[in-house]
Design a protein around this ligand. Structure first.
Ligand code: AMP
Length: 378
């Protein structure tokens, strides 16, 4: 069923992704309700209704479902029971299958293997003995990742020597995990795919992603140094995965490109993604508007790129010597500022991002890095 503007979109979670979904939804005349742990969370600051509760609070999720016409999510670390409970009162888009798979690395990797998609070599690990056995198969270097609640490098331990298996096991708090072969990476790219209720799809990318300390740092479009064959394969892969998940909404497929030229799926996120933020300025329809269109049963928008673009994240570190010099960055042509309304600028915390549009991808990347470099006080 198609939901007309005026309907309420419920969002499980209230971080910056929820805030930017809310902005897009409200611009189109939808109302927004969020499940938030604090009224100060980025999306709670802009939502029409705020239901107070944690992401595992089933009673609060039910309340969100009751006041919403459709429920979506902005993080995959949502408790499954809470999502299921909300979904009894309003359609959950993306559905439980996509959420269940994306929130658990073991299920995710197994699902991808079962549908014939390629990932890094992996083994599931449930004990120290299991880890030792897996290391003999996978070899070193390897990386041990907890199955749930790992993000931006949290819950991960690299293992360079099988003798150090126990250290890694303790480092991840002896939790169920996936052991992956550590790959030699040429680059990391992502594809965003929106899929509507009618099965229509729209894709963005591949986007070129650079990380710093395991956190996305800079995204560039068009991606540089990727062959046309691999770019086409990335788009086709994203379509197959979205269909296999019965996705309604938006999915980010993150890929590794190895130095041997292989394209492997790293992980899936069934929601708007940090690497898609540049679509707000650079595309006819942003990733946030696209998710609103998809989950309300509206036609997807055209993706058409307005030109090359780059995005640089602003972490709390930029504030270390006081209020950044916003005027310096904003004086640069083609540079746009996004801040998420977070009051406390902690090191490593995603506070906002800058986007730059320019005549080439290299010029956009140079501009966005320069703009960011102008911000910290000396
Ligand atoms: P993840 O949280 O799994 O996305 O990992 C965060 C980052 O760590 C990735 O974006 C890569 O830069 C790096 N990384 C993760 N897994 C591997 C791997 N198997 N081989 C090489 N680098 C990896």
């Amino acid at each position: 069923m198609r939901l007309a503007p005026g309907a309420t979109i419920g969002i499980l979670g209230a971080g910056q992704l929820g805030r930017m979904i809310a902005h897009a939804a409200q611009r189109m005349g939808y109302r927004v309700a969020v499940l938030a742990q604090s009224p100060e969370e980025p999306a709670a600051l802009v939502a029409d209704r705020v239901v107070a509760g944690a992401l595992h609070d089933v009673a609060a999720a039910i309340e969100l479902g009751q006041i919403s016409d459709v429920v979506t999510l902005e993080v995959e670390h949502v408790d499954l029971d809470a999502a299921r409970a909300a979904g009894k009162h309003a359609p959950l888009r993306p559905g439980l299958k996509a959420l269940e798979i994306a929130r658990d690395r073991a299920l995710e990797k197994t699902f991808l293997r079962n549908i014939g998609e390629r990932t890094a070599p992996f083994e599931l690990v449930g004990s120290l003995d299991g880890l030792r056995a897996a290391l003999t198969g996978i070899g070193c270097p390897a990386v041990l990742k907890t199955t749930t609640e790992g993000y931006d490098g949290h819950g991960q331990a690299r293992i360079d020597d099988p003798e150090l298996a126990q250290d890694a096991w303790l480092l991840i708090d002896e939790r169920p995990a996936v052991l992956e072969g550590f790959l030699r990476l040429e680059q990391e790219v992502s594809v965003l795919i929106a899929r509507g209720l009618d099965g229509a799809v729209a894709t963005y990318g591949p986007l070129g992603n650079e990380h710093a300390h395991h956190i996305l740092d800079v995204t560039v479009h068009p991606v540089q140094g990727l062959s046309e064959e691999l770019a086409a394969e990335a788009l086709a892969t994203a379509k197959r995965v979205a269909e296999a998940l019965d996705l309604v909404g938006l999915l980010c497929v993150e890929f590794f490109v190895t130095s041997a030229g292989e394209l492997l799926i790293n992980e899936l996120a069934p929601r708007p993604h940090n690497s898609g933020h540049l679509t707000m300025e650079a595309c006819e329809t942003s990733q946030f508007e696209q998710v609103v269109r998809a989950i309300t049963g509206m036609p997807l928008g055209a993706v058409d790129w307005r030109g090359p673009a780059a995005m640089a994240n602003l972490l709390g570190d930029v504030w270390s010597n006081g209020e950044p010099r916003w005027e310096e960055a904003l004086a640069m042509p083609g540079v746009h500022l996004h801040l998420y309304g977070k009051r406390e600028a902690r090191a490593g915390r995603k506070m906002g991002h800058l986007t730059a549009l320019a005549a080439s991808a290299a010029a956009a990347e140079e501009a966005v890095r320069r703009a960011r470099g102008l911000l910290p006080r000396g």
